[in-house]
Design a protein around this ligand. Structure first.
Ligand code: SF4
Ligand code: ZN
Length: 317
């Protein structure tokens, strides 16, 4: 994809200034100014054509402190005045070791610089248990799920609950193009088409007033371009990866997709387009009016007992 070219002896294909990035899928080199314009235009287009934001929306960016959510916050904040919507940040500390502390610190700094209100929550305070404790305990149960599954379920529940209390109408996450198509291919290979049906620019099939829609403004932005954009804008994001991010399957998929893109530029966008077509087909076969509720917590759920309550029972919190 767009290869970062710090000291490239090339000129911007649009204006002739020094190029800082190559977009191989477009056969172009771009300078900082032309690249940031193109990047922002693409995000605005994703928002517009998918109706992600409306006037008077109150959006909470799920801010981890990494490049993706920092960029999401930066762009939405920039847009918020124009479309008269409000933007806040919600940050969640999954554990209390060094890594999570650094995440929180980065999130606070970013909000401080951008003048955005930040709301901080933690697994420990809300659920009485950290992700690290769950992962440790999971080692002694049969067939434990990967850490990201526990993390994702608990984080989504906490985000949704707090967003509701804060009067938030949309939750924005930092998922980029690479995240989206990796998830799509992983679900496809595992035969979990129901999960693909729940993907897309607005997450979820269920439309329920208890469920705050989650939007993904960066889903058409390649990961390396998000990183470059965040650097150019001077965002002080945390470059370190989560210690649990070494999912072997995702890593394999990432490498395969990158190889395909290298040999056939533009394939990443094509995989996203095919995924979106598949989502439409899959959704047309699902009765979206059929909303189930968890028997324990009464939240919207795809089964009798929601994933959150299953985890809570399993780990006794
Ligand atoms: Fe959670 Fe996995 Fe992301 Fe780490 S990599 S923050 S465990 S979802
Ligand atoms: Zn439940």
């Amino acid at each position: 994809m767009g290869k970062i070219m710090e000291n490239l002896n090339r000129r911007c294909s649009r204006c002739g200034r020094d190029a800082v990035i190559e977009l191989r899928y477009e056969g172009k080199f771009l300078c900082e100014r032309c690249f940031t314009r193109l990047f922002e235009k693409r995000v605005r287009r994703t928002i517009r054509i998918n109706g992600l934001l409306k006037r008077n929306d109150k959006t909470a960016v799920a801010l981890s402190g990494g490049k993706d959510s920092a960029t999401t916050l930066y762009i939405l904040k920039k847009l918020s005045d124009r479309i008269k919507s409000e933007v806040i940040a919600i940050t969640i500390e999954q554990g209390n070791n060094e890594y999570w502390k650094k995440c929180l610190e980065a999130a606070r700094n970013i909000c401080n610089e951008l003048g955005v209100e930040i709301h901080e929550y933690s697994f420990k305070e809300e659920f009485g248990i950290t992700l690290d404790e769950i992962v440790k305990m999971s080692k002694s149960i049969p067939n434990p799920a990967p850490p990201c599954t526990y993390c994702g379920v608990l984080r989504r529940r906490l985000l949704n609950d707090k967003a509701r209390i804060l009067g938030v109408t949309k939750i924005a996450t930092g998922h980029n193009l690479d995240d989206e198509i990796q998830a799509s291919l992983m679900n496809f290979i595992r035969g979990e088409l129901n999960r693909i049906a729940r993907m897309g620019p607005v997450v979820g099939i269920l439309r329920d007033k208890k469920f705050i829609p989650r939007i993904k403004p960066l889903r058409e932005c390649p990961e390396n371009e998000v990183e470059r954009y965040a650097e150019i804008r001077g965002l002080k994001f945390l470059g370190e990866r989560c210690p649990y991010s070494k999912d072997a399957f995702r890593q394999t998929i990432r490498e395969i997709i990158n190889k395909i893109e290298e040999n056939h530029p533009g394939s990443k966008f094509q995989i996203l387009r095919s995924t979106d077509q598949l989502i439409q087909i899959l959704r047309s076969g699902i009765n979206s009016k059929e909303i189930r509720r968890c028997e324990k917590c009464n939240e919207p759920s795809s089964g009798e007992i929601c994933k959150f309550c299953q985890i809570r029972e399993e780990f006794g919190f």
